[in-house]
Design a protein around this ligand. Structure first.
Ligand SMILES: Nc1ncnc2c1ncn2[C@@H]1O[C@H](COP(=O)(O)OP(=O)(O)OP(=O)(O)O)[C@@H](O)[C@H]1O
Ligand SMILES: [Mg+2]
Length: 222
């Protein structure tokens, strides 16, 4: 399912969901499943491992702070810049080499997280979300995005089990808003191919559902 302007077998797959939805777990599981079927798979994530992505990780773990005024806008711009670098330096080269590139988050995260953490529902938030989409207008579109829908309570329990320092965006009320936004992902990115998978089930059941949902888009190896 390559995009029209490309001549390769690479497929660009994105996993999305709230914190603790299982995007990292399922990205790895799907890559392992592909490799067992002789398909090249490359797992990557956003923020990326590049210079702007590294800066963003310091912001997310609250070791670097951005100015309070327009912080969400500054974050959205950093994410958009990181994304263009990520596409050029890592995603496109692997797609050209025929890999299934699996990104743990992409611009849907930007639009949902940055727009939901600021203004309440209404015209201001809608305009801000549209602006973030516009900031990403040059970012290559995924061939398919898998949204892992989990209840905020399940995700919170998983994060507690996982341990580690708490991150920006993790409080319960915000996570509930993010979960509702993910349910309506196709309204946020009209024109993108989006599939929803119920992420509340156990890891094996979710992995099986992901494989089934992606089967129309990703060929197995030779
Ligand atoms: N389906 C599942 N059932 C039970 N536990 C799960 C499931 N999927 C993932 N986990 C566990 O829940 C925790 C969170 O999963 P994971 O790190 O994959 O989530 P994430 O969406 O990547 O979170 P974040 O957005 O914070 O990076 C991990 O400890 C993982 O082992
Ligand atoms: Mg993760």
């Amino acid at each position: 399912m390559a995009q029209a302007d490309d001549h390769h077998d690479g497929v660009f797959v994105v996993f999305e969901g709230i914190d603790g939805a299982g995007t990292t777990t399922q990205s790895q599981r799907y890559a392992a499943w592909l490799r067992a079927r002789r398909r090249l798979a490359h797992v990557t994530r956003e923020p990326s491992g590049g210079p702007m992505g590294s800066l963003l990780r310091l912001v997310i773990t609250q070791r670097v702070s951005l100015p309070a005024t327009h912080r969400d806008a500054a974050m959205a711009l950093l994410f958009a810049a990181d994304r263009l670098d990520h596409v050029e330096s890592e995603i496109n080269p692997h797609l050209r080499d025929g890999y299934v590139v699996i990104s743990d988050r992409y611009d849907l995260s930007s639009v949902i997280y940055q727009s939901m953490s600021g203004a309440d529902e209404g015209p201001e938030r809608t305009a801000f979300a549209a602006w973030i989409r516009d900031c990403n207008r040059y970012a290559r579109r995924p061939d398919v995005t898998v949204v892992l829908d989990v209840s905020p309570e399940v995700a919170a329990q998983r994060r507690r089990n996982r341990g580690g320092a708490s991150e920006l965006f993790e409080e319960a009320e915000l996570q509930a808003k993010l979960a509702r936004a993910y349910l309506k992902a196709e309204e946020i990115l009209p024109g993108d191919r989006i599939v929803h998978v119920d992420g509340d089930a156990d890891v094996d059941a979710v992995a099986a559902a992901v494989i089934e949902a992606l089967a129309p888009f990703v060929k197995e190896g030779p």
